[in-house]
Write a protein that binds this ligand. Sequence first.
Ligand code: OFO
Length: 169
Amino acid sequence: MINAKLEEEFNEQINKELYSEYLYLAMKVYFMEQNLQGFVNWFDVQVQEEHAHAIGMFNYLNERGGKIDLRAIEKPVVEGKTPLEIFEQVLKHEQYVTSRINHLADVADEVKDRAALSLLDWYIKEQVEEEATVSGVLATLKLIGDDKNALLQLDKDLAARTFVAPVIG
Ligand code: OFO
């Protein structure tokens, strides 16, 4: 049986991961409207990853005998008006998610739940990867500036990203 405080944190994080999925779906719409199909693909993969992150915690909570409590998903707001601004928002969002996962690990530590800590280790590593990937695209967008041809080249590169279902835990 999982500690009640940790159960609450997992339920909240399932909601945050589903919100991430929703936010990236909204960003995908922006790129669909711009007809930048490589970016569309990149966000498509991101959406699937976030869904997998949520389901990973959902399954874990169930496995540990916790009560799953699905909450309302906030309306996503795409703040940026350019690819660069959108990726700045993505990075900010991922940094926020990292802080949430770290908080979850702090609570697991506090209640001495080693099994949860071991699962959260996977999420901690995943966040390092997420932030690095997003920072990479952001750095390229900064270099590109107003160069439309370079933007189209990046779009081509992002078309190559594929979703690989993660093995969580
Ligand atoms: Fe679930 O990693 Fe992004 O938010």
